[in-house]
Design a protein around this ligand. Structure first.
Ligand code: MRU
Length: 345
């Protein structure tokens, strides 16, 4: 069922070029860290857990070209590469958590020969990949019970197999519910401006034979009122210690609408998406992207040349609008500050 979103071949990081979906399923071999960096920037590989994996394997790509046997120089090089990869996209904390893990491991083993350091880092990157596969399944198990037979579900962006090493977070819950024999339907928001909902979620759910209906983002309120949405699941890019959750722009709007319509709103995210150093969502860095993503549809201009544009890629949903957070440890409920800490420590 999962797609092969990202894989380390030993010489390259093989990703699906997600900018070409749904029209073409093309695998891209990133053979150097600069190509991978650019792929991250351009959302060829995307989604918080997949970004963590890409970051870890990006370190492996870079160290392939380190020459020499000076361990201290090698570790300095690893630290520089981690800083470089960290400048690709700022919001998904999975990327920084993976880089910190790689950096710390290199520092802890600075007394080892370069050949050992390389092997240790490679097995850490593989462990990050494997952990993500396992936690997707655990989140699916914990969340599936929230979907009642016959339910109508809503989601935004893509928090599926294309965003992880396995079958996803928010979509993983849906796949697990399907595996448990439930019948339900899904409304997927197209997710302007880059259409991850239309291009990726609709593609993924259709491929997995889940009943999906695509809507424009501005149809969400009408669909909630007129079609009887029972529950909403979204992913997250960074969750603060109090449960405020950053996710794709439009998620906050969805949560406000859910509150108005009395619809439970669940965030689905693994431990690696939590940033316990940040007390509230106010401190989450929000990526702003190029104006052309808003002023153009593909290459076609759809706005007057020179118009001012605001294009934040993410927004923060305040914890009070979130019913629960589905993690690999179970569903975390309120009060989030207490319960997140309890589950994560
Ligand atoms: O800009 P993107 O496509 O990387 O944004 C992705 C999202 O917002 C996802 O919902 C989030 O990363 C969770 S993926 C399991």
């Amino acid at each position: 069922m999962p797609v092969d979103t990202i894989r380390w071949t030993g010489k390259s990081v093989r990703i699906i070029d997600q900018t070409l979906l749904p029209n073409k399923l093309v695998y891209l071999d990133c053979r150097d860290v600069e190509t991978l960096w650019q792929a991250i920037r351009e959302l060829k590989v995307r989604g918080a857990p997949a970004l963590g994996i890409a970051a870890a394997y990006g370190v492996m790509l870079a160290v392939r070209r380190f020459k020499g046997s000076d361990s201290a120089a090698f570790v300095r090089y690893v630290c520089d590469i981690c800083d470089y990869i960290g400048r690709s996209r700022p919001t998904a904390v999975n990327l920084f958590n993976a880089l910190n893990q790689m950096r710390q491991l290199a520092l802890n083993n600075i007394d080892k020969p370069v050949v050992i350091l390389r092997a240790v880092l490679e097995s850490e990157a593989n462990a990050i990949y494997e952990e993500d596969r396992a936690v997707c399944r655990a989140m699916g198990r914990h969340g599936a019970g929230l979907i009642k037979n016959g339910a109508t579900v809503m989601t935004v962006c893509n928090a599926g197999g294309l965003a992880t090493a396995d079958y996803g977070t928010a979509l993983g819950v849906m796949y697990a519910a399907k595996e448990a024999g439930k019948k339900f339907k899904v409304y997927a928001l197209e997710t302007r401006p880059l259409l991850q909902g239309a291009r990726l979620t609709a593609w993924e759910l259709m491929k997995n034979r889940i009943d999906v209906t695509l809507i424009c983002d501005n149809m969400a309120a009408t669909v909630m009122r007129d079609k009887g949405v029972d529950i909403i699941f979204t992913g997250a890019d960074r969750i603060a210690a109090n449960g405020d959750a950053a996710n794709k722009i439009g998620t906050y709007m969805l949560a406000v609408l859910a509150k108005h319509h009395g619809i439970p709103f669940y965030v689905v995210a693994p431990r690696t998406t939590f940033d316990l150093k940040i007390a509230t969502g106010r401190d989450i860095p929000i990526e702003e992207r190029a104006a052309e993503e808003v002023t153009h549809f593909g290459l076609r201009p759809t706005a007057p040349k020179g118009v001012k544009v605001f294009n934040p890629a993410f927004d923060v949903t305040p914890n009070k609008l979130i019913s629960g957070i589905v993690t690999e440890y179970g569903v975390i409920g309120k009060p989030f500050t207490v319960n997140i800490l309890k589950n994560m420590s």
